[in-house]
Design a protein around this ligand. Structure first.
Ligand code: F6R
Length: 315
């Protein structure tokens, strides 16, 4: 197993490799797509959904549960994304797609998912084995994006490759501000999905709890809870350059009314297009989680609890 910290350090190189080695297949013709996947694999679908919401081109619904949504009627195209190919929820999504007679395909290293796809003549995109699923995000994301008719996606992949070749930012300094704290990670639009990635990476790599929420929604609920915050709370604000004035105003107003006494660590995305911007902050968050693991004195790679839970559920 390749250590997570090694993959995190070469996130940009992994993305570039995926961008050059993944063939550019015909995007699937469906206008509505469901991407089933959990955890580190599921984040690929969430990012694809956020990109579709921002750029248009088709409807993408990320699904992280058993089966498929009740509204799925066979007219959608289903992607079952599971790095191991053995995740129960994603397998049951593929099984539901088969029941519905839906067109579906798998993105995986193998496992039962690849076997199921072969049995039913569904296409399989083979992903390089040997990584932790969450560290393989570029290897799962690029082939998925290339199958979707997202507006301007090739130019976005090209720009992301350039942006991710640059260092992510001062991950060590940010980690020092989050050490021993409860980070509340916030982002607007697609950066809410990136906030979720930060949370998952801090939890899995640094073995530390974190919270995430989305702006503007948090201004209508969570913000009230800041009347009595935990003493170790710190806010991480994920922001895009030249964000819309109404979003910038919302950050400032939220800070003025609720976060006056809370430290706020602000992280700015790099790049022009949403994909590059969002991934620049994924890259930074991944690096922060590894630095935080070192500060916490834990190994980033193992996720013993997840494995134990999967074993128990299989017994
Ligand atoms: C492990 C990780 C987990 C897995 C999840 C689903 O690195 O991040 O969140 O991604 O348990 O497993 P896969 O990705 O194999 O379907």
């Amino acid at each position: 197993m390749i250590p997570v910290e090694k993959d995190v350090a070469r996130f940009g190189a992994l993305f570039a490799a995926a961008a050059t080695t993944t063939p550019q297949p015909q995007p699937c013709s469906a206008t509505s797509v469901i991407v089933a996947g959990m955890g580190g694999s599921g984040i690929a679908g969430r990012l694809a959904q956020a990109l579709a919401e921002r750029c248009g081109g088709l409807r993408v619904s990320a699904w992280s549960d058993y089966g498929l949504p009740a509204w799925a009627d066979g007219s959608e195209h289903v992607f079952a994304v599971s790095y191991s190919g053995n995740t129960a929820e994603t397998l049951s999504g593929a099984e539901r797609a088969i029941e519905l007679g839906t067109n579906w395909e798998a993105i995986t290293t193998g496992g039962r998912l690849a076997a199921l796809a072969h049995e039913h003549s569904a296409p399989v995109t083979a992903v390089e084995p040997g990584h932790q699923p969450r560290a393989a995000l570029p290897l799962l994301l690029v082939p998925l994006l290339r199958r979707l008719t997202l507006s301007g996606i090739e130019a976005q992949v090209a720009e992301a490759t350039e942006v991710l070749a640059e260092p992510a930012g001062d991950a060590g300094a940010i980690a020092a501000q989050l050490s021993g704290k409860l980070p509340f990670i916030y982002g607007a639009g697609g950066l809410a999905t990136v906030a979720y990635r930060w949370r998952c990476q801090i939890e899995e790599n640094a073995k530390q709890l974190a919270v995430h929420h989305a702006l503007p929604e948090l201004d209508h609920n969570e913000i009230v809870g800041w009347a009595a915050p935990p003493g170790n709370a710190v806010i991480v604000a994920l922001r895009e350059p030249d964000e819309p004035a109404r979003v910038a105003a919302r950050w400032e107003a939220s800070r003025a009314v609720a976060w006056r006494d809370v430290p706020v660590v602000e992280c700015r995305a790099h790049g022009k297009n949403p994909l590059a911007r969002w991934l620049s902050l994924v890259q930074l968050g991944d690096a922060v989680s590894v630095e935080l693991a070192h500060l916490n004195g834990v190994e980033p790679t193992p996720v013993v609890v997840i494995e134990e839970l999967k074993r128990r559920l299989e017994e």
